[in-house]
Design a protein around this ligand. Sequence first.
Ligand SMILES: [Zn+2]
Length: 48
Amino acid sequence: MPAALTKVCGHCGKTKPLSDFYHNSTKSDYHNGICAKCQLEVNKQNKK
Ligand SMILES: [Zn+2]
């Protein structure tokens, strides 16, 4: 079994599989810097 591709979330600091990050073609690695769970929280906080 190949090693899972992981990324450290820039928000919660946890190592998560890339599948937990939203795809983002504007990022150098094509994934958001924070995981989907944190993304939802940040979106909520940014909402006015
Ligand atoms: Zn996170």
